[in-house]
Design a protein around this ligand. Structure first.
Ligand code: NDP
Length: 285
C-alpha cells in the first residue's frame, strides 16, 4: 500500500486561518502583534525565507518590518539594532535570520534578544524553559512538526519516535517536544553506528539531517509516520528532503512532502509565537 502523502498546503492554510482569527480577536483589544525580521548579507536562501515570513505576517494581520543590512555590517551595529528592537513597544518578536556573516558572533546576538521577544526560541533562557517544561516559546520547526502530527491525528504518546539529527535548532528541541508528548525518543546522529537498525524501529521518524534523500525504505518500519524536515537543493535546482520520497512511498504509512509542509508550518509557528508574545505584553495571556 502506498503511503498517505500529507496535504501540507491545506493543513498549513487551516492553521494559519486559526491564527488570523486570533489576530482579529486581539484587534478588539487594540493589540496588533508585531514582528521584526533582521537579515544581514546576501544569502539567497535567507532572502527567500525572510520574504516568506513577511508575507505570512501580512496575510495573518501581523505587523512586520524587515531590516536588511549589508554583508559588512559590524557586530556592534547589529547589537544596537537588536537593543533598539528590544525596547520597541510595537515589536513583540525579533528574528535574526541565521546564518550571519562569519565576522559576527551569532551567540552574542541571540543572547542579546530579549527572551520575551525571542520568537525563534533560541535564547538560552527559552531553551532552558523548554527543557524543564516551563511556559515559554516553542521552537518553530519542532513545534510545526508536532502540529502536523496532531492535525493528522497521529498518536504520539507511547510511540517510539526516532529523530535523526541533533542540531540545536531542530534535532535536540524536536526530541524534547516529542518527549513532552510522551513518546519514547531515540536521537541518531553522525556517530550512530548501524542507524538502520534503530530507525527501523520507529513508529514516528523525523529526519533533520541536511543530507538529500538519505533516508530510504530500508530505514523504515512498514507503516511508519515519516516527517521530513530537510530542505536540500540538488545541483539541478530541485528541492528535496532528507528522505528519498519515491523510495519510501510503498513502505511508509504517512509522509510529509518537501517542499510544502514542515517549511511553511515552521513559519506558521513563528506567527503563533509572535501572537503569544503580543498577548503576554498586553496582559491578556
Ligand atoms: P545541521 O547541519 O545543524 O545538523 C544536522 C544533523 O544531522 C547533525 O546533528 C548531524 O550529526 C546529523 N547528521 C549528519 N550526517 C548524518 C548521517 N550521515 N547520519 C546521521 N546523522 C547525520 O542541520 P539542521 O538541523 O539545521 O537542519 C537539518 C535539515 O533541516 C537541513 O536540510 C535544513 O535545511 C532543514 N531545516 C528545515 C527547516 C524547515 O523549516 N523545514 C528549518 C531548519 C532546518 P552530528 O551532530 O553528529 O554532526
Amino acid at each position: 500500500m502506498s503511503a498517505q502523502v500529507i496535504n501540507g498546503k491545506e493543513l498549513v492554510q487551516s492553521v494559519r486561518e486559526h491564527f488570523r482569527l486570533e489576530v482579529e480577536e486581539l484587534a478588539k483589544h487594540q493589540v496588533q502583534p508585531g514582528l521584526a525580521v533582521v537579515l544581514v548579507g546576501n544569502d539567497p536562501a535567507s532572502a527567500v525565507y525572510v520574504r516568506n515570513k513577511a508575507k505570512a505576517c501580512e496575510t495573518a494581520g501581523i505587523y512586520s518590518e524587515v531590516h536588511r543590512l549589508p554583508e559588512d555590517t559590524g557586530e556592534e551595529e547589529l547589537l544596537a539594532l537588536v537593543e533598539r528592537l528590544n525596547g520597541d513597544k510595537k515589536i513583540n518578536g525579533i528574528l535574526v535570520q541565521l546564518p550571519l556573516p562569519r565576522h559576527i558572533n551569532e551567540d552574542k546576538i541571540i543572547d542579546t534578544i530579549h527572551p520575551d521577544k525571542d520568537v525563534d526560541c533560541f535564547h538560552p533562557i527559552n531553551v532552558g524553559n523548554l527543557m524543564i517544561g516551563k511556559p515559554g516559546f516553542l521552537p518553530c520547526t519542532p513545534a510545526g512538526v508536532i502540529e502536523v502530527l496532531k492535525r493528522m491525528k497521529v498518536e504520539i504518546a507511547g510511540k517510539h519516535a526516532v529523530v535523526v539529527g541533533r542540531s540545536n535548532i531542530v534535532g535536540k528541541p524536536m526530541a524534547m517536544l516529542l518527549l513532552r508528548e510522551h513518546a519514547t525518543v531515540t536521537v541518531c546522529h553522525s556517530r550512530t553506528p548501524d542507524m538502520e537498525q534503530i530507525t527501523s524501529q520507529a513508529d514516528i521518524l523525523v529526519a533533520a539531517v541536511g543530507r538529500p534523500q538519505m533516508i530510504k525504505a530500508k530505514h523504515l518500519k512498514p507503516g511508519a509516520i515519516v516527517i521530513d524536515v530537510g530542505i536540500n537543493r540538488l545541483p539541478d535546482g530541485k528541492l528535496v528532503g532528507d528522505v528519498d520520497f519515491e523510495d519510501v512511498l510503498e513502505t511508509a504509512g504517512m509522509i510529509t512532502p518537501v517542499p510544502g509542509c514542515v517549511g511553511p508550518m515552521t513559519i506558521t509557528m513563528l506567527l503563533a509565537n509572535t501572537i503569544v508574545s503580543a498577548r503576554r505584553a498586553a496582559g491578556l495571556e
